[in-house]
Design a protein around this ligand. Structure first.
Ligand code: FE2
Length: 372
């Protein structure tokens, strides 16, 4: 397979096979897991808690195709899980990366200046062993390297299979396409250099505040990718504007830098979004006029315009093809994290042509919250 030209220059001293799992610290893991199942079409996978010997927390793991989400809540006061939730609300704590050698990945990152979160630990049970290690990135978010070539259990040692009668039909979500971080004003380039230096990522795209701006607000963004293009981390920072940008609102309510959105890929966005909508997932809406000029802008597409208009799905084109995308409203009490659903038909970019319409939609929501 030839890689898109954007990725060709990455120096891959840290090979990453893909996203292993995402762990969110949430105030009620049992109920959050039900939400991910009933609304987003995930299935029960694994559980750890009192019954498996944990005393201070419990975790539910849900799965859909290659996407694994761990939802963790404290079982008592005074834990770091509880402190994290008190400060940030529900949010992503861990982006776990699947590697062949978690000790090598850790040593390579630490040598290049990463801050340690967890030294390499070998964990085992009757299904084999895994090695995990971890480093900090922006805010309190961490990357955990997972080496699982010698493990064939359900998830990780310490977890038991989560048996349940209720596993709704999946909605067609396949894998994590990219994960976006919001960082403080003036910090974007610091974290761009961190991913270049510590993890060997390459900057593949950059958007300045002239490209991502509306009448009122602006932000800047750079997209970092690992060598094989399977891991893509856009990083946003706010830019000065007449009013407060969506990134400012995020930083205020998350009380620091963190994960803004997780983009998940589907092969059939019309079917996926129809199912999500029917299960109660709410999406951002752009004005109907967006569709009046859409085909003039993006040219011929395979899909009918009517369902795209009805569902509010956006389309953009780059040199390599086109993509379809839509954004959920924020999914927890605080106006912080949301999901993107994306279907790529050749395009390797991120929907630049939709930024303006999208940010205006976000600002209408901010206006309602009184945070613009
Ligand atoms: Fe995105």
């Amino acid at each position: 397979m030839t890689l898109p030209k954007l990725y060709a220059q990455a120096q891959d001293f840290m090979p990453i096979n893909g996203t292993d799992y995402l762990e969110l610290y949430v105030s009620n893991a049992k109920q959050a897991a039900h939400f991910y199942k009933s609304a987003f079409g995930f299935s029960s996978l694994a559980y750890a808690g009192l019954e498996t010997g944990l005393r201070d927390r419990e975790s539910y793991v849900v799965v859909q195709d290659k996407i694994r989400i761990v939802l963790t809540s404290p079982l008592k006061s005074g834990t770091d899980y509880g402190r994290h939730i008190d400060q940030h609300g529900d949010g992503v704590k861990v982006t776990a990366l699947w590697v062949d050698d978690a000790t090598y990945a850790y040593n390579a990152a630490i040598e290049r200046g990463a801050r340690s979160y967890m030294e390499p630990v070998r964990e085992e049970d009757q299904h084999g062993y895994v090695v995990r290690s971890g480093i900090y990135t922006y805010g309190e978010v961490v990357h955990i390297f997972v080496e699982r070539n010698n493990y064939n259990g359900i998830f990780l040692p310490g977890f038991q299979k989560w048996e349940t009668h209720y596993n709704p039909e999946p909605v067609g979500l396949k894998f994590v396409d990219h994960m976006v971080g919001n960082v403080e004003l003036g910090q974007m380039n610091y974290w761009v250099e961190f991913y270049e230096k510590v993890m060997g990522f390459t900057q593949i795209l950059s958007f300045d505040d002239k490209e991502i701006s509306t009448e009122y607000t602006a932000l800047m963004s750079k997209v970092m990718s690992n060598g094989n293009g399977r891991i893509k981390f856009p990083i946003n920072e706010p830019a000065p504007g007449k009013k407060r940008s969506q990134v400012d609102e995020y930083l205020d309510y998350y009380e620091g830098a963190g994960v803004q959105h997780i983009a998940v890929a589907t092969d059939n966005i019309i079917d996926t979004v129809t199912k999500l909508r029917d299960r109660g997932v709410e999406f951002l809406r752009v004005p109907g006029t967006y569709y009046d000029t859409l085909l003039d802008r993006v040219g011929q597409i395979d899909e009918d315009l009517a369902p795209l208009r009805e569902l509010g799905i956006l389309v953009d084109r780059d040199d390599e093809g086109y993509l379809l995308q839509i954004f959920t409203r924020t999914i927890q009490a605080r106006p912080t994290m949301f999901f993107e659903i994306i279907q790529r038909k050749g395009a390797t970019s991120f929907g630049k042509g939709n930024f303006k319409a999208l940010f205006e939609a976000l600002e209408r929501e901010q206006e309602l919250r009184g945070t613009l």
